[in-house]
Design a protein around this ligand. Structure first.
Ligand code: AMP
Length: 407
């Protein structure tokens, strides 16, 4: 079976192809045989197309295209011709899996796309005004190019959709709930994948594990995964809630927003930009949203960079504690995404305060490894795992289980 995975965003499109007939028997996740991306921010009036295949073929070109559908068609052409060809014809693709950011309360699982699903994604646009339109456009464009082959929507909110009301309701007026103003949570595909992978690495059944998953990338969120279900998470109604992030503030006193509007005349768009683009590591350090550059500056003695890292860690620890309280115990902590997979400094500083619970890291020099790794000491009461998140593979697996359900 050949599964195409599409992650359609507003400023980029990323796609990859899995060929399940080429998979060796192993519990390691497979590599895709082709991947490609469109970068719409490259230059005015242009899109940058990059593609690679597993034989080492490469394409990189700036194309005079502004129409998103035309760009997607050009990207798919690299599957069937030129240096990166891996298929004879696009008709060899069996199914397309889409990352869809918002599935609201309705979708607690991935679903085969039909008109009803498309209507739901459209209806949820007010909750994800940047992402859901791009996701819907991706679905409809694939339909036009590939005809009526099966398509599957894999929602970033779905894994959190079973949270109890006490965890998902904001303490505003009760009417908020009726208006859909509640905690949805995001990064669900990643949290679910790494929690399942953690159970495999531990040789345990996920149905009896309490796992704290830490997705720390440009966007950061934690999830409390109990018996395989997300029972709490730090992102909320939007991906702005919770932890301090690359350029997003995370949770702040909502009174600050009222103050800025009243005293400094801030409007909606200015607040949106301030909280999403000019806050977090970037806002505090004044250097970058890239953790590597902020750490470099801290090591060179930069005061604001040091404060930014200290705050990032402080808030991470606070929220880790909150998730542990929701879990009522802890079997494993998982670190994933750009920062989570690569930063021994974050592993060490984040875990340190939980030594009193028996969390103990290995004493040898910790660093990035080729494979997923367990960085806890042999006598640690809690496993601490660093797992490479594989959202695209998780989407491909969702397609497989919808098309070939296990009896
Ligand atoms: P992602 O959104 O998962 O691509 O993650 C992006 C974030 O990961 C950026 O803030 C990068 O600075 C961070 N990152 C990538 N590599 C490293 C590293 N070696 N150490 C610390 N942070 C890293």
């Amino acid at each position: 079976m050949k599964i195409l995975v599409l992650n359609a965003g507003s400023s980029s499109h990323k796609a990859c192809l899995f060929d399940l007939s080429r998979l060796a028997e192993s519990n390691q996740t497979p590599n895709s045989i082709w991947r490609a991306a469109l970068d719409w921010t490259h230059a005015e009036g242009m899109v940058e197309l990059t593609a690679t295949n597993q034989e080492g073929g490469k394409i990189k070109a700036a194309l005079p295209i502004t129409d998103r559908a035309e760009g997607i068609a050009a990207m798919l052409e690299t599957l069937v011709q030129g240096q990166t060809q891996v298929l004879r014809a696009l008709s060899e693709i069996d199914v397309v899996g889409h990352r869809v950011v918002h599935g609201g309360r309705e979708y607690v699982d991935s679903v085969r796309v039909n008109d009803e699903v498309k209507d739901a994604i459209r209806r949820l646009i007010p909750l994800a005004p940047v992402h859901n339109p791009a996701n819907l456009h991706g679905l409809e464009t694939m339909e036009r190019i590939l005809g009526h082959i099966p398509q599957v929507a894999v929602f970033d909110t779905a894994f959190h959709a079973r949270m109890a009301e006490a965890a998902s309701t904001y303490p505003g007026p009760y009417e908020w709930l009726e208006k859909g103003i509640r905690r949805y949570g995001f990064h669900g595909i990643s949290h679910q994948y790494v929690a399942q992978r953690a159970a495999v690495m531990m040789g345990r059944d996920i149905a009896s594990l309490r796992i704290l998953t830490c997705h720390l990338g440009n966007g950061c969120s934690l999830a409390a995964v109990k018996d395989g279900i997300s029972i709490d998470t730090t992102m909320g109604f939007t991906p702005l809630d919770g932890l301090m992030m690359g350029s997003r503030s995370g949770s702040v006193d909502p009174g600050i927003l009222i103050y800025l509007m009243r005293q400094e005349g801030y409007g909606v768009d200015a607040l949106d930009t301030l909280l999403n683009k000019a806050s977090g590591l970037k806002g505090i350090s004044g250097i970058s949203n890239d953790m590597r550059l902020v750490v470099e500056a801290m090591e060179a003695g930069h005061k604001q960079a040091t404060l930014a890292i200290d705050m990032f860690i402080h808030r991470l620890r606070q929220e880790m504690g909150a998730m542990m309280a929701s879990l009522g115990g802890l079997d494993a902590i998982v670190f994933t995404a750009g920062i989570g997979e690569n930063s021994p400094l974050v592993w060490q500083r984040a875990c340190h305060p939980f030594e009193f619970l028996g969390v103990k890291l290995r004493e040898d020099e910790l660093g990035r490894a080729k494979d997923d790794q367990d960085i806890a000491a042999a006598d640690s009461a809690v496993r601490v795992l660093v797992i490479h998140t594989q959202e695209e593979w998780a989407i491909a697996q969702a397609c497989l289980s919808i098309l070939q359900p296990v009896a």
